[in-house]
Write a protein that binds this ligand. Structure first.
Ligand code: GUN
Length: 288
C-alpha cells in the first residue's frame, strides 16, 4: 500500500478562504480583527514563522501589529508591552513567539497575556479549560492536526492514537483533543522504553518530538494514519520526525514536511484571532 498524502496546503487554503469571507463581513460591520505578534531576538526559524503568520493575517484581512524586540530585552519591558496590548481594543489576539531568549521566563510571559487574547492557547487558564472540556482557545498545531484528520474524514472515535511528544504546545493539548474525540490515547516521550512497541499499535500515530526521521517503517502498523508535526532543519533541507519515503509505503495516510501540519497551524491561528474578535462582541472562543 502507498499512503495517500494529507495535503495541508490545500486544506489550509480552504480554511483561509472561508475566514477571509467572515473577516470581510465583520469589517463591513466596523470590526477589524487584530493580532499582535511579538518576536524577541533573531532566531532565524522564528523569523520565518513570524513572517509567515503576518503574511497570512494580511491575506485574510486581519490587521497584524508586529513587535520586533532585541535579544537582550528585559522581562519587565516585555511584560509592560503585553500589558499595553491587553488594554488595546484594536488588538484581539496576542502571540509571543517561542522559544524566548534565556533571560526571559516563558511561563511568566505567557501568564501576563489576557486569557481572552491568548490565541496561542498557551495560558494556563486556556490549558485548564481545554482539559476540563470547557470552551477555550486551543493551541494551533494540535487544532490543525484534528482539522486535517476531519478534512479527510478519518475516523478518530475508538481508534488507538499514539502521540509521541508531551510538550505544552503540541503533545499535551493534542491528547486532550483526541480524548474529546473519543480516541484511546497513549502518550510516549523521550524516556519511553521500547517506543516501537507502542507506535506499532497505533491506528493514528502523531510524531511531535523534533528528532529527524525518528519514526521508521518498522515502527508503523500497516494501514496506520501517520501525522508528522516535526520540523527539523538539516543540511539537506527540512525533514520531519518521520522517515517519509519509507513510511509512506506502509501507512494509509501520511503528512509531508513541509506542506502537512504547518499550513494548518497558521490557519488555526487566524481562526482563533477571528474568534477572539467575535468574543469581544459577546461570542466566545470556539474549539475545533
Ligand atoms: N513556537 C513553536 N510553535 C509555536 C506556536 O505555535 N506559537 C508560538 N507563539 N510559538 C511557537
Amino acid at each position: 500500500m502507498r499512503a495517500e498524502i494529507l495535503d495541508g496546503r490545500k486544506v489550509a487554503a480552504q480554511v483561509k478562504a472561508a475566514l477571509k469571507e467572515e473577516v470581510t463581513q465583520l469589517k463591513g460591520r466596523g470590526l477589524t480583527p487584530g493580532l499582535a505578534v511579538i518576536l524577541v531576538g533573531d532566531d532565524p526559524a522564528s523569523q520565518v514563522y513570524v513572517g509567515n503568520k503576518e503574511k497570512a493575517c494580511r491575506a485574510v484581512g486581519i490587521a497584524s501589529f508586529p513587535h520586533r524586540l532585541p535579544a537582550a530585552t528585559g522581562e519587565e519591558h516585555l511584560l509592560q508591552l503585553i500589558g499595553r496590548l491587553n488594554a488595546d481594543p484594536a488588538v484581539h489576539g496576542i502571540l509571543v513567539q517561542l522559544p524566548l531568549p534565556r533571560q526571559l521566563d516563558a511561563n511568566r510571559v505567557i501568564q501576563a497575556i489576557d486569557p481572552a487574547k491568548d490565541v496561542d492557547g498557551f495560558h494556563p487558564v486556556n490549558a485548564g479549560r481545554l482539559a476540563a472540556g470547557l470552551p477555550a482557545f486551543v493551541p494551533c498545531t494540535p487544532q490543525g492536526v484534528m482539522h486535517l484528520l476531519a478534512a479527510y474524514n478519518i475516523p478518530v472515535a475508538g481508534r488507538h492514537a499514539v502521540v509521541v511528544g508531551r510538550s505544552n504546545i503540541v503533545g499535551k493539548p493534542l491528547v486532550q483533543l483526541l480524548l474529546a474525540a473519543d480516541a484511546t490515547v497513549t502518550v510516549c516521550h523521550s524516556k519511553t522504553r521500547d517506543l516501537a512497541a507502542f507506535t506499532r499499535t497505533a491506528d493514528i500515530l502523531v510524531a511531535a518530538v523534533g528528532r529527524p526521521r525518528l519514526i521508521t517503517r518498522d515502527m508503523v502498523k500497516p494501514g496506520a494514519v501517520v501525522v508528522d508535526v516535526g520540523i527539523n532543519r538539516l543540511p539537506e533541507g527540512l525533514v520531519g520526525d518521520v522517515d517519509f519515503e519509507a513510511v509512506r509505503e506502509v501507512a494509509r495516510y501520511i503528512t509531508p514536511v513541509p506542506g502537512g501540519v504547518g499550513p494548518l497551524t497558521i490557519a488555526m491561528l487566524l481562526k482563533n484571532t477571528l474568534a477572539a474578535a467575535l468574543a469581544g462582541r459577546g461570542g466566545g472562543p470556539r474549539g475545533e
